[in-house]
Design a protein around this ligand. Structure first.
Ligand code: ASP
Length: 316
């Protein structure tokens, strides 16, 4: 096993070998999760605290289940009811939690960089569950596992990421991961939702779905991140759907066996047509959720092994 990271803060810090190691271990957890007895004691005696400063359904539930199946003591900190609302700073909250000796801290925060900052103040392993528009590493890893299982590989695939790229941490982590694994990446969206400079990332950029989806193996749809928009980025929901919403006509430009992905939460009739999302021959959206638990188990298992190996000099 080669995975020496102390924290999982972003895909940015992982090598292709780290990624493969993590995905291979996650495969074992997929098998365990499908068995009747889903329990192991890999994290027995360890304490996992989940701190979500931003709403989450899938990610929080997935991390909680992952920790419980691995035998950790799992605590969900209710941020809405916590001292944060009374004006405590993130660092003070981190120091308070640190005094309770957690081993794994899972953090989601609306500000890019907040999770990295917190990781510098605590003694335990920190997992980034999404920070602002920066990174969402476990999402990209679960997406990679889903793609690898469907297509048998990650390299030399044509992968189209469509929609609100500019505000999406999912897009950013996926671009980093799939680039490291040598996939061919296309970004498709209205120019207002494509970050300036994207053309320098080694990706192809399109503003037309038919062109961008041509012969794609994987079509990844993204939600419009309205909570991160401070102005009008799209003319109207209806026009956005017309031009960028994935329906059967637009999907017909991709390869006949192209898979459709979405990290959720989905807005049917905005970025994706409901019948495409529910088409079990094309959509792997439910499999993404399943892979999420396995990938988070693998990530926490690997970080716990590194914790047990003693203090690590390097931060990542
Ligand atoms: N659930 C993903 C995230 O937290 C995607 C989304 O919210 O659109 O970034």
């Amino acid at each position: 096993m080669t995975f020496h990271a102390r924290h999982l803060l972003g895909i940015e810090h992982l090598s292709p070998l780290d990624i493969t190691t993590l995905l291979d271990l996650a495969e074992q957890y997929v098998t365990l999760n499908r068995a009747r007895n889903k329990h192991t004691d890999v994290l027995a005696g360890l304490t996992q605290i989940n701190m979500f400063f931003e709403n989450s359904t899938r990610t929080q539930a997935s991390f909680e289940l992952a920790g419980k199946r691995l035998g950790a003591d799992v605590m969900n900190m209710e941020v809405a009811a916590s001292s944060i609302k009374k004006g405590e700073t993130l660092i003070d909250t981190a120091l308070t939690l640190n005094a309770m000796h957690p081993d794994l801290l899972v953090v989601r925060h609306p500000q890019s960089g907040a999770v990295d900052l917190l990781a510098q103040k605590v003694n335990c392993a920190v997992l980034n569950a999404g920070d602002g528009r920066h990174e969402h590493p476990t999402q990209a890893l679960l997406d990679a596992l889903t793609i690898r299982r469907a297509k048998g590989r990650l390299h030399r695939l044509t992968i189209a990421i469509c929609g609100d790229i500019a505000h999406s941490r999912v897009a950013r982590s996926n671009i980093l991961l799939l680039g490291k694994m040598e996939s061919r990446l296309r970004l498709i969206g209205p120019p207002t939702l494509i970050p300036s400079g994207a053309a320098d990332w080694g990706v192809e950029v399109y503003d037309d779905m038919a062109e961008g989806l041509r012969d794609a193996d994987v079509v990844m749809m993204l939600r419009l991140q309205k909570e991160r928009m401070d102005g009008g980025f799209i003319p109207s929901g209806r026009e956005y759907y017309h031009r960028y919403g994935l329906d059967a006509a637009k999907l017909s430009h991709a390869k006949p066996d192209a898979i459709v992905m979405h990290p959720g939460p989905m807005n049917r009739g905005v970025e994706i047509d409901g019948t495409i999302a529910d088409d079990i021959n094309r959509s792997v959206i439910q499999e993404q959720v399943e892979m999420g638990v396995a990938v988070r188990m693998a990530a926490m298992d690997l970080l716990a092994r590194n914790l047990r190996a003693g203090p690590v000099e390097v931060m990542v």
